[in-house]
Design a protein. Structure first.
Length: 332
């Protein structure tokens, strides 16, 4: 180590560690997608996403070697079966990349305020920029192909108005007010992401060889579909359009393209994302009935996520994350 070397903080170590696991998984997923995609435009875009994940893994490996930090096992070629038949359509691969990029924008944006070392800050700044570019490319391609799913339209405000009644927030009695634009946005976005998650879970249930894992993943699919119905009821009550389902984008293949470990990890990562996004949705929603429903759904998805982690622990699939020193133990 050089004399003026600045050690990594807890935030920097843990963020790099988590990024490594996620990107190593995405590398496996994208390699499998590329093996079967027929549409050249979609294939080129997925290849771009793969290249970004590979760059991230390589950079993090270099940082960990320099810092003498153990490199996580993550996911490798043995977690993919490139010979497995296509499980997803080309269009779904495109939706998947957009969904992944949206998650990346949120994660990288959340990470950056906690980073202080210049090289790590530069790395995550570039991650954010490249993910933003990927998201833009994906959105443009969806628009070109007529596949883009836009949020609902609402009337344009014609004048400035102020709220005069507390019933805007608390409406336990009487007629409920219409949804705000923010509330519509989060409901629609959550439903769309849940639909993609449910499709992935449906596909994994179709190919998993483990009864226990099939049951766990199917339960996750059922939970997401139930959550979507709850959110759907809000939009339909004001004649607002609802997002599409992605069930038709799953083929009839019964061959598993990924290891059981990767599939359960993928579901767990989706759950983690749901927890964060539901929390944001609560903060952006002002109708009491909506925040109560989000809180209820959040509690359910947290409990489900814990069950998934327990399955992975039983299988010895969970790598121990970077942790604070146990000072009580060290004092003994």
């Amino acid at each position: 180590m050089q004399k003026n070397h600045i050690d990594l903080t807890s935030a920097e170590i843990s963020c790099l560690w988590s990024s490594y696991l996620a990107d190593s998984m995405f590398i496996c997923v994208f390699k499998y997608f590329i093996q079967h995609i027929k549409d050249e435009e979609i294939k080129n875009l997925v290849e771009h996403a793969l290249d970004l994940s590979q760059q991230h893994v390589e950079i993090i490996q270099g940082i960990f070697k320099t810092e003498e930090i153990a490199i996580p096992q993550g996911f490798k070629d043995q977690d993919i079966n490139l010979k497995a038949k296509p499980l997803f359509t080309d269009n779904f691969c495109l939706f998947y990349v957009k969904n992944m990029a949206e998650g990346g924008l949120m994660v990288n944006g959340d990470i950056l305020p906690n980073i202080y070392r210049e090289d790590i800050y530069s790395f995550y700044s570039k991650c954010l920029t490249s993910t933003l570019e990927l998201h833009g490319e994906t959105t443009n391609l969806l628009l070109e192909k007529g596949l883009a799913v836009r949020p609902p339209k609402i009337p344009k405000p014609e004048k400035v108005e102020f709220i005069h009644k507390q019933s805007f927030l608390f409406e336990f009695l009487g007629e409920r007010r219409p949804l705000t634009g923010q509330e519509v946005t989060h409901l629609y976005s959550n439903m769309q992401t849940n639909a993609i998650g449910a499709a992935i879970a449906s596909a994994f249930t179709q190919v998993s060889s483990s009864k226990k894992i099939r049951e766990h993943v199917k339960r996750g699919k059922d939970i997401l579909e139930k959550h979507t119905k709850v959110m759907n009821s809000y939009l339909e009550s004001y004649d607002l359009p609802v997002p599409i389902s992605y069930k038709d984008e799953i083929t009839t293949s019964k061959e598993a393209p990924f290891s059981e470990k990767l599939m359960v990890f993928h579901i767990a990562m989706n759950v983690t994302a749901r927890i964060g996004i539901y929390g944001i949705s609560i903060s952006q929603s002002q109708r009491s009935d909506l925040t109560i429903d989000y809180s209820r759904l959040l509690t359910e998805i947290i409990a489900y996520g814990e069950d998934g982690v327990n399955i992975m622990i039983d299988k010895e699939w969970v790598e121990k994350p970077p942790m604070a020193a146990d000072r009580k133990k060290l004092r003994k």
